[in-house]
Ligand binder design. Structure first.
Ligand code: ATP
Length: 353
């Protein structure tokens, strides 16, 4: 049986239903990210797990136990918020000790646990500091230690990195993942940042308007988006409109260029429009590029992004982006130039909704 289950979870604020029939089974020790745009209901689901919001319908269980009538402080959950939310009048050690003190644990146990937690977040040397004397990243590590100190069954992280600058965000997310694995704690992490979710999760739930559009491992979500929404939200996928030419032969056209897909076209009829997805990294315009499929188009822009050069070309009515890895001597295509992008037909995915 799964450790944390959310069954037909719903939440309405007045007439507005912000969480609609949300279902999810999370295994013990899993790191799950809820990924989605602002307002899709991620935080509301998290707050229902924590007990800060009462579901309008559905059920939440942790280790087989219904959470329905439990107040937040009766649930065995640790939470970290976007704003560091440390107690400003307490030093680091006192902040970390807070939950244990409230629970009435003996002083010797509290002292030992605080020491252990500060070791875990590598801030032993700052035990006497106050929040205002620390950086945002340090404060967020203290918030994590405070959430973990009472040994919660589940850790909830609500955009804990979004107030930090880019470099700290990357190092802290790796630290969070490492600590989570070390402790084996079941964790739900809310983010709107796809790179964050892809890099540290066991599984990702892509949320769209109060529902889970797709649940899967990072590579599956990235490589095989289930819906148009997921395809658009995760990665920098090209969405290409194509016309069905011969459905029995999987034959379509993009502009006036014919392509034979690997995937069957289902019930599509000749003349129908289908959406295809193509990753910018899938193809190459190098003269020796391999691939059984080619599209030729005119370059409309070419941008240096650091490790890659992203070029956009026009094929029929579609704009298709592709990436070239930066290397010394690479000459990027120029605007107006005609280029041929080669890739394998299997890279063109049919998006079905
Ligand atoms: P963000 O990343 O912006 O926090 P989110 O995906 O976490 O987005 P939620 O915070 O869960 O989204 O909000 C979902 C929707 O519910 C939003 O439209 C929000 O305005 C609305 N909402 C959230 N809390 C309340 C509330 N207490 N009363 C009324 N509406 C609310």
């Amino acid at each position: 049986m799964s450790f944390l289950t959310l069954t037909s979870l719903q939440k309405s604020f007045g007439p507005v239903q912000v969480v609609k029939d949300f279902n999810m089974s999370i295994e013990k020790g899993e790191f799950i990210s809820f990924l989605g745009p602002s307002g899709c209901g991620k935080t509301t689901v998290l707050r229902m797990i924590a007990g800060f919001e009462t579901p309008s319908g559905g059920a939440i269980t942790i280790d087989g136990k219904s959470q329905q009538n439990l107040r937040p402080n009766q649930r065995n959950i640790g939470m970290v918020f976007q704003a560091y939310a440390l107690f400003p009048n307490m030093n680091v050690a006192e902040n970390v000790a807070f939950g244990l003190k409230v629970a009435g644990r003996p002083k010797a146990e509290i002292d030992a646990r605080v020491k252990e937690m500060l070791g875990l977040i590598k801030l032993d040397h700052l035990a006497d500091r106050y929040p205002y004397q620390m950086s945002g990243g340090q404060q967020q590590r203290v918030a994590l230690a405070r959430a973990l100190a009472p040994k919660p069954q589940v850790l909830l992280l609500d955009e804990p990195l979004s107030a930090l600058d880019a470099k700290i965000r990357v190092s802290l997310r790796e630290e969070i993942r490492q600590i989570q694995q070390q402790l084996g704690i079941t964790t739900v992490f809310v983010t709107h940042d796809q790179e964050e979710a892809l890099s540290i999760s066991d599984r990702i739930v892509v949320m769209n308007a109060g529902k889970a559009d797709q649940i899967g491992k990072p590579a599956d979500i990235y490589n095989r988006p289930a819906t148009r929404f997921v395809a658009g939200f995760v990665g920098t996928l090209n969405l290409i409109e194509a016309k069905v030419v011969d459905p029995a032969a999987n034959r379509i056209s993009i502009g006036d260029q014919g392509v034979t897909l690997r995937e069957p076209l289902g019930n599509a009829k000749a003349g129908d429009t289908v959406s295809l997805a193509l990753r910018p990294e899938a193809g190459s315009i190098a003269p020796d590029a391999k691939g059984d499929t080619a599209l030729t188009g005119e370059v409309v822009s070419s941008n240096f992004l650091g490790s890659v050069i992203r070029t956009r070309m026009k094929v029929g009515e579609s704009i298709i982006s592709f990436d070239m890895f930066n290397s010394p001597g690479l000459v990027p295509p120029t605007v107006g130039e005609t280029v041929t992008l080669r890739f394998t037909a299997g890279d063109l995915l049919v998006i079905r909704d």
